[in-house]
Design a protein around this ligand. Structure first.
Ligand code: SF4
Length: 347
């Protein structure tokens, strides 16, 4: 309620309780703090998501308004192809500027196949850690009624997007210094990693201190500019830049018919039918495995917010795509099974 009232007023991050409570601070203050700790050499990193808001920051970098030493895109292994194409578009734009800032593609350090690998591992092995924000239902044992039961925590953004960026930044600096990744970071080096959250996403900010690396701080320049997601989209539109929203093809935050915000299942169905089929496959498998009782997950998981099987939300699309792409889906599942067997062993 407090937040809704706030959005009726002109955005001002300084009035927000998260800023007042020092959950996050301005970039200038983070820089000062690092320097006071003797970390005079600050490495500036853009965590690039390939979508709209971090593209806004990348453009500011290309225009010479923000300095970055590294631009790092973390591949979650489940972005739609159109996001990879958008990333390539930005790389080409960077080249057209003659901008030489290293542009790095990072991945999860253990599961190089990203979220697909995590899910396949969960489905096919005894692996218990489930890192996606799926919608949950519970079965009332007495009445037999199935009731909504919240969502699983969203751990995937941290594990598959933010941590790989930090690790890649660390690796680049250690290599430059001729040090091994595992060695201690020299005391005079600090990092500031820019995250492309917008003012309307302040709720997603939990800290400006990296929990993994004490010499890394997290900054939110769009929030400091009081820019909202719509402001970034408008900026991209006015400049004729690509505007697809970055997310995984199976992300539970996809909506129905939300083309205006660009996070909808229809976009996946139209642009990448096979990915939609994979999402339906995962959605079914998650419940199938959860039902066996071998997982610590007690609730029934769904990718769609209605808590219905995804294929039943879009029945005619599912049937059509299943007919057209069913063989490719089976080949993909066979390939993954072989890969999981080799890397993790099957249950
Ligand atoms: S886009 Fe969705 S599924 Fe992908 S990392 Fe973010 S929250 Fe997780």
């Amino acid at each position: 309620m407090e937040q809704l009232e706030l959005f009726d007023l002109a955005p001002d991050f300084r009035s927000h309780k998260k800023f007042k409570n020092r959950i996050f601070r301005e970039k200038a203050e983070l820089e000062l703090e690092l320097r006071q700790q003797g970390r005079d050499e600050i490495v500036y990193v853009l965590s690039f998501g390939g979508g709209t808001q971090s593209a806004h920051l990348l453009e500011q970098h290309l225009q010479g308004r923000i300095h970055y030493d590294y631009i790092i895109f973390s591949d979650t292994g489940a972005e739609p192809q159109f996001i990879h194409e958008q990333v390539e578009w930005w790389r080409a734009r960077q080249r057209s500027f003659g901008n030489k800032t290293p542009f790095i593609i990072a991945r999860h350090s253990i599961m190089k196949g990203g979220l697909e690998e995590m899910l396949m591992r969960w489905i096919l092995t005894d692996y218990q850690r489930f890192q996606m924000p799926v919608y949950c239902s519970t079965l009332d044992q007495q009445t037999g009624e199935i009731k909504p039961a919240g969502m699983m925590p969203r751990q995937c953004t941290v594990d598959f997007k933010i941590i790989p960026v930090k690790q890649a930044a660390r690796r680049m600096v250690m290599e430059k210094l001729g040090l091994e990744y595992r060695q201690k970071m020299p005391d005079h080096i600090g990092f500031i990693i820019d995250i492309g959250f917008s003012y309307d996403e302040i709720r997603r900010i939990n800290t400006d201190q990296s929990p993994q690396f004490k010499y890394m701080r997290l900054a939110y320049p769009l929030v400091e500019e009081n820019l909202t997601t719509s402001d970034s989209i408008r900026f991209l539109e006015e400049n004729n830049f690509p505007m697809r929203r970055s997310r995984c093809y199976l992300c539970p935050f996809n909506c129905d018919g939300a083309r205006d915000i660009g996070m909808d299942w229809e976009e996946i169905i139209e642009s990448e039918p096979l990915s939609f089929l994979k999402a339906c496959w995962f959605d079914d498998k998650l419940r199938e495995v959860q039902k066996t009782g071998t997982k610590i997950m007690r609730s029934i998981p769904y990718l769609h917010y209605s808590r219905q099987p995804l294929k039943e939300v879009y029945p005619s699309d599912y049937t059509r795509i299943r007919e057209a792409n069913g063989i490719e889906l089976e080949e993909w599942a066979i390939e993954w099974t072989a890969c999981i067997k080799e890397n993790h062993g099957l249950r």
